[in-house]
Design a protein around this ligand. Structure first.
Ligand SMILES: Cc1ncc(C[n+]2csc(CCOP(=O)(O)OP(=O)(O)O)c2C)c(N)n1
Length: 301
């Protein structure tokens, strides 16, 4: 991954990236204090990906996964509804029934079942084509999800039926505790080529670069009604879920040097510090407000 200094970000992009980071740090605290039941996975280190892509995908359908809070916050900008959901409180986006992994709001849907989003996304894309809509479907998956058979059936149909599907692979080189090198034969690009699907990859940690690289592929998916697989190499800074990081300490230390937000803070300290103060304050307010809400009574979203 590049060691070049990051390019300057708009206050809006930096603010969203920091909101996601501070939101998830708060989530881990709330979990440790017993406020959250079930499980939760954070996207610490990967926040810049949905922040980069969200403005290119307004009005499109977004399918997310078990590590989906950053996707939701970037695409739906609803931190209050998300935190209330995660705490099982009134005002939660799914009335406290979906929790961390099963969120639905307008054109956003997440699932904790690896690979499950792909067949559903192909169905939505087919519907968009048949009804003459301009929108496309995006699905975020991890590199570990290339072990799921449903993914291949979905890719086959997506290409055969010319479905406007963008598959974004957040490639953090690990699936729970299994390094990708121990579970993936060949390459993702090679597999995608077998279906005749176009493929691109980037290992940039620079949000603006990620956006600029993705834009023409998204435009092509939209205009030509065809699938595309975009692999974004990235770093998972946190554990898989909460306390379960099986990687050696020196590997984790090495990855921390690749934290896009730390690199940005070093390059633009004044802008970072102002945005960070704001994000921390916003998260503190959201957290206090969510904790003050009554537990959800379980209505159907
Ligand atoms: C079908 C299925 N099998 C197993 C799991 C348990 N599980 C949750 S996340 C995960 C690893 C996912 O790895 P990857 O796709 O690389 O995404 P990452 O967690 O790295 O973001 C596993 C095995 C699951 N959720 N669904």
């Amino acid at each position: 991954m590049t060691s070049a200094a990051p390019s300057p970000l708009s206050d809006a992009d930096l603010g969203t990236g920091l909101l996601i980071r501070r939101f998830e740090e708060e989530l881990l605290r709330l979990y440790a204090d017993g406020h959250i039941t079930g499980t939760t996975h954070t996207c610490l280190g990967q926040e810049y990906i949905p922040v980069a892509l969200a403005p290119l995908l307004t009005g499109d359908f977004v399918f997310s996964n078990h590590r989906g809070h950053g996707h939701y916050l970037a695409h739906c900008t609803d931190p209050d509804g998300l935190l209330a959901e995660l705490l099982g409180r009134e005002g939660g986006v799914c009335h406290g029934r979906g929790g961390s992994q099963h969120l639905r709001r307008e054109r956003f849907l997440s699932t904790g079942v690896q690979g499950e989003s792909l067949p559903a996304a192909v169905g939505v894309g087919l519907h968009l084509n048949r009804t003459g809509q301009d929108a496309i479907v995006v699905t975020y998956i991890g590199d570990g999800t290339w072990g799921e058979g449903a993914l291949y059936e979905a890719l086959n149909m997506a290409q055969l039926w010319r479905v406007p599907l963008l598959v974004v692979v957040e490639h953090n080189r690990i699936a729970q505790s299994t390094p990708t090198t121990e579970q993936l034969a060949g390459t993702i690009g090679g597999r995608v080529a077998g279906f005749g699907i176009t493929f691109s990859e980037s290992d940039s940690l620079d949000l603006n670069e990620v956006r600029a690289a993705a834009a023409p592929h998204i435009e092509r998916v939209r205009a030509n009604r065809q699938p595309h697989v975009l692999v974004q190499h990235t770093v998972r800074l946190g554990p898989h879920s909460k306390g379960d990081d099986s990687r050696p300490a020196d590997e984790i230390r090495r990855l921390r040097h690749l934290d896009w937000l730390q690199r940005y803070a070093a390059a633009y300290p004044a802008q970072f510090s102002a945005a960070d103060t704001q994000a921390r304050q916003q998260v503190a307010e959201i957290s206090a407000a969510a904790l003050a809400r009554p537990l959800a009574s379980g209505g159907v979203a």
